[in-house]
Structure formats: C-alpha cells, structure tokens
Design a protein around this ligand. Sequence first.
Ligand code: ADP
Ligand code: MG
Length: 423
Amino acid sequence: MLFKDLGLSEPLLRAVSEKGYETPSPIQEQCIPVVLEGKDILASAQTGTGKTAGFALPMLQLLSQGREKHNRPVRALILTPTRELAAQIGDELKDYSKYLHLRYSVIFGGVNQNPQVRAIKQGVDVLVATPGRLLDLHTQNLLRLDNVEILVLDEADRMLDMGFQRDLNRIIHILPSKRQNLLFSATFNKEIKKLAQTYLHHPVSVSATPENTTVEKIEQRTIRVDKDRKTALTIKLISEGNWQQVLIFTRTKHGANRLGQKLEKAGISAAAIHGNKTQNARTAALAGFKSGKIRVLVATDIAARGLDIPLLPHVINFELPNVPEDYVHRIGRTGRAGATGEAISLVGGDEVDYVAGIEKLLGEKFVRQVIPGFEPQDPETAPEKKQQNQRPPRDKKPHQGPKPQSNSVGGGKPKKKQWYGRR
Ligand code: ADP
Ligand code: MG
C-alpha cells in the first residue's frame, strides 16, 4: 500500500514524501480513508505507530477542500494532554501543510498568552491546544469555536488519566454539535469506550494489531539490584557502554531531578523533564537531547508520554511503573520507525512483583540479570500487596497512587481535578 492509494491529494503526497515516509503505517492505512469519508473514528494503537499523520493528513485534506471562510475561524481543533505534545503536533502540521494554504496555531499554558492570542486573531484553520489554556482563552472571549468542523482528541487515555474529563466536557459543549470527531488513544479500555460513546457519532473503530508494534523490536531485560545502588549501576552502564542517548524513567519528579544531578556529577550530561519544569526548561532539555548535547534525559511518565524522540537506542526504567501499561508506553520510545532498541529495567527488592505483571501483559518473559559487584542484598518484598486497602497517613505523601499535580497544564489556576499518580 502506498500513500497515493489512500486518496490523499498531491500537495499532501509531496509533503509526505519530503518527510521521507515511504509507505503508510498500518494505523494510517486504516485511518486516512475513513477520515476522508467524513466519518468519526476511534483509533487505538501504541505509541510510535504514526497516529499523528493518521489524523493530520486527512484532516488537512478535508480542510483544504472545504469552503474558505472569511477571516479564517478555527475549523479543526486538536486537543492534547501536554504542552510538548501540542508543540510536536504543531511541528508535524507545519511539514504536512507545506503545500497547502492553511494556517495552524498551537496554544498551551505555562507561557504568556499574548502571542497565542495574536496568532488566533490573525485567523487559523487548525488549532492545537491543551484543554486548560483553550478554556482559559475561550472564557476571556479571545477565541471562537463555533466554526469547528473537526475535533481531534489525541492521547485521549492520557487526558483522562490527567483528570481532563471535566474540561473535555466543557469544551465539547462549546463546539457545534455537528462535527467530525477523531479520537486517538494508545490504550483501549472501559474509560475510552465510554468517552467514545459520549462524544463520537457512529465511529469506525480501528486499531493496529500488537504484531505491528515496536515492542518486538526491542530487547528487554531486567537487572535485579538494590535500590540504593541503582544510581551507581546506571552510571556504570552508561559510561562503560558508552551510551550516547539514553532516556531514563523515574517515578517521581523529585527522583528525576536527583538522578539528573548525580549523573551530571559523574560527568554524564543530563537533564530532567517533568511537570514542575517551566515550559522553556522542558523545551530546552528536549532540544538538547535531540541534538545530542545532552546524553541523558530523565523523565517522569507524563512528561515523556508521546514525545517523538527518533532512533532512541536505550531506555532505562530506573523504577518500574506500578501499572503495566505504562511500561509499554515507556519502551515505546525505543526502536521507533524501524530502529532497534534496548530497554533495561532496574528492579529493586520491592519491585519484583511488577515484573510479573508486565510479563503477563506482554505475554513474554524478560531476560533476568545480575551485574557482578551489584548483587542484590535487600529482601524481595511486596509492599504494594501488604499495604492494599490501607490509606497512607495524611501528612505523608503516598508511596504510590494519585497525588495532586501542582502545575497546571492550562496555566492560570491549578485545577483540583488534574492529578496523576505515577510521576
Ligand atoms: P504516535 O502518535 O502513534 O505515537 P507518531 O505520530 O508520533 O506516533 O509517529 C512516530 C514517528 O514515526 C514519528 O517520528 C513520525 O514522523 C514517524 N512516522 C509516522 N508515519 C510514518 C511513516 N508512514 N513512515 C515512516 N515514519 C513515520
Ligand atoms: Mg501521538
């Protein structure tokens, strides 16, 4: 199958070919014709399967065919959970719309709204937005959404995880009821199904089969090591392996900062990326990492989700996520677009149980390793099980589970409902 067989117009085909894409990915093959027909779509496929082009290409085509409206009101709205994702989608729109006469703009919180407002005033056909900032500008009467024909919910699962459900409801009610809805998610579960039932109109469901996912191209192993030796082992692996681009996941923002500092001290350039960092710091960290100036990016799950970091050879799970699905998202960052990668998980005594859960989800067993000099001493415990149904003391932060998110993606007032547990 070729892109030209999918019904895309010449300006889009040219842009795609300049991007270096030779054939459409499975999810793109399925999505593009359906969207071009004007139907609603519910698409689930893992991170890294090319979902962005799956909605962006046909969406741009529909817009370019549509009647040009005076003063360019927003005709397509793309909602995404994080600033980074919004910016990334903006970058792709720029490439894909190169030969079309369409304008797009990206808005998100955490930065001054004025440049965003100015851009909108000049007229944009496509608006990429995080829910908070969108509502913010709408409430201030700086934005009209009554001409929206196409709504895209990207990373819908993560939007729900981050507590955006109420914001989404509010936004949907602002939009015209007659519109095309495209819902994209990396996972498919009850919540997503419910969301689809509420917002979509006779959607066509598409998904990329697990056989097509990147996971199989990734070598995965676990290394059993004591918690307090993980940093030393990480430094050893990176320096002895002479790894140049490494993404490390930690469970907490604090942990990300601390590890970043320790790596720096050991002479390994590193930056942490998480929700407490300013937008500029996050953008700079990602740019530095992509350009190779920074060797290690230490990230929490949310910060890294959906980021497009091409050709990433090494991922280290400094701590395992307590939700197996998050593991899949994390390692979705390696071996993208045909490259191979390696994912290493450092497993402390109290994390052994997580490994079993992940193996069950993936349906395969990991290679288990112990590194000489780092033989584990601490006992293997299962604190999660023992603590089940026990509320953590009020004044202490829970070891796991949801905790309030202190920053607000949308800017302005922090949203009470916007929290997420595994950062
Ligand atoms: P997802 O949203 O499913 O996580 P993305 O849309 O971010 O995935 O795409 C992942 C990577 O694959 C990006 O670097 C993108 O440029 C690249 N890509 C997308 N479609 C193709 C294609 N048809 N051929 C090659 N690379 C592609
Ligand atoms: Mg995506």
